[in-house]
Design a protein. Structure first.
Length: 269
């Protein structure tokens, strides 16, 4: 049996049940040191049109269909022009993909951490979080968007709009959608509950590239070890040294028993 065929099932998960979180070596050290995975505010991700891009698709859809529900259209505009407290962590079905090594690990200087999806779903329920596959197909996105006005109408009365409930529902719908150009990433998202108050003690802040970024911690130390089912080490310049250190680090903490060479051939020029 070859290394690539070997199965390690710490949570009785199959190879097809594993999803991966790409991070730099610095991010990897932070995860192991803190025993947490950071979930970033959805408005502070690398894609500046995150959330708002999906809202614009919804607005265009209802304009094309001559929607005359003024309160609903105003609500979509309200969502588009404000920032809310909802957080996510990204995963993918592709454990070793060259484009993702380039994009998310500083040209291969990092790891992809494999976690059993079924276990992640179980943990999400315990946190009152959700996990779902991102939808890239425009027609599928419009099927979801077509039902939003009915949802809005079912919550709204003549006198009030329950913003907290509606914001939670609508933002989670919009976070399911990304442009088709990103389809190669095969993204799965772990999405937090909606935090109605930015003063919630779970919300923390870090600084990156002159931006103060809100985040929350997703703790991994309260679950049985090993937490990670499989870990790929990226195609970095000092691969042998880094592979050895990742193996030692994970073995010392008991967080993974299966570390793999990414097998990607990549040279930064």
């Amino acid at each position: 049996m070859s290394l690539n065929e070997l199965e390690i099932n710490p949570w009785d998960c199959s190879k097809r049940d594993v999803v991966y979180h790409y991070t730099t070596f610095e991010g990897f050290s932070g995860i192991i040191d803190s025993q947490t995975i950071r979930m970033t505010n959805a408005y502070y991700l690398n894609d500046k049109k995150e959330v708002r891009g999906a809202i614009e698709i919804a607005q265009n859809f209802y304009r094309r269909n001559n929607c005359d529900n003024k309160r609903f259209l105003e609500y979509l505009d309200y969502l588009k022009h404000n920032i809310f407290s909802i957080f996510l962590a990204s995963f993918t079905y592709n454990g070793s993909q060259l484009s993702q090594w380039r994009a998310y690990t500083n040209n291969g200087n990092g790891v992809s951490l494999g976690i059993c999806k079924s276990k992640l779903e179980q943990i999400a329920r315990e946190y009152d979080f959700e996990i779902f596959d991102v939808i890239y197909d425009y027609e599928e996105q419009e099927k979801i968007i077509a039902g939003l006005e009915s949802i809005f109408n079912s919550f709204v009365t003549n006198n009030s709009i329950p913003y907290g409930q509606l914001n939670s529902i609508f933002l989670k719908f919009f976070l399911r959608m990304k442009p088709k150009e990103f389809q190669e990433e095969a993204e799965i998202r772990l999405v937090s509950k909606y935090f109605e108050y930015y003063t919630d003690s779970q919300i923390k802040y870090r600084t990156k590239a002159n931006v103060i970024i809100p985040y929350i911690d997703f703790r991994i130390d309260v679950y049985p070890k090993p937490f990670f089912a499989k870990v790929f080490v990226g195609p970095c310049e000092h691969f042998d040294l880094n592979y050895n250190s990742v193996c030692w680090r994970l073995s010392a903490t008991g967080q993974c028993n299966f570390i793999v060479n990414s097998c990607s051939s990549y040279r930064k020029i």
